[in-house]
Ligand binder design. Sequence first.
Ligand code: PAF
Length: 296
Amino acid sequence: MWEAVGNSSPGTTMLVFDRVTTLKQHLRKLERQGLRIGFVPTMGALHDGHLSLIAQARARAEVVVASVFVNPKQFGPTEDLARYPRDLEGDRSKLASAGCDVLFVPSVEEMYPPGFQTEVEVTQASQGLCGAARPQHFKGVTTVVLRLFSIVHPHVAVFGEKDYQQLTVLRTMARDLGLDVEVIGAPLVREPDGLAMSSRNVYLSPEDRQRALALSRGLRQAEARFAAGERRGAALVDAAQAELSQVGLTAEYLELRDAENLEPRAEARGPVVLLVACRVGATRLLDNVIMGRVSS
Ligand code: PAF
């Protein structure tokens, strides 16, 4: 079934689908008209970071499709699937106002009908970093994203650089499988005080919210050292580590990696990314800074 929801541009509406077959029929019609489709997959609880992905898709495509699906396959057995923040009404109105044309909100049964047994895995890029603490996570991400791509047939798909390893894994999948989709990374969006925007920030207590600022402060320190000419990876890591230590936080990882393929780097030569994951209270937060990238 589908329904129409008012959208900010006069005379247009955002169509909402919860069935694969009806969404496919609608999108194939647009495809036959030669329209370029931009796609933003999400798990909902949308914030300005997500809306920046919609803007990036809008700039590159004639039709913008978003999905909201909390994908059980990418959560471990002890993770926060049941309490993951959900706000479908809020998401619908934010997407409509942001100029999204089509929203897909499938049920778990619609995405994974009985008998569904296919999994897709990017073996190397999924290892280490978040893959160390969440061993099945990226397999769940690639499986759902490939399933979504096969429904939507996007020309371009936009993912946030905040989940840098996810972006790298998805780019690798698209390259390896020769998918006809351009995977775009959109810059990380921060709160005014520096905290990287994340749907999980709502879990933070006011005290933890303050302590969490050490992540972005630490990365800024490392960036400042890099700008002053420091290229030793250990020195850049130490600069970030010092901020975490000051508020008693221990990183799950804090590592300098190649920005293209995520291989470990001892020196910041060429584009590199300093990535951090850290539990603040019970909430696991991610942040990163890219250094040495030639801006386009
Ligand atoms: O980044 C996310 O929100 C999810 O991992 C994604 C890409 C929508 C897949 O479920």
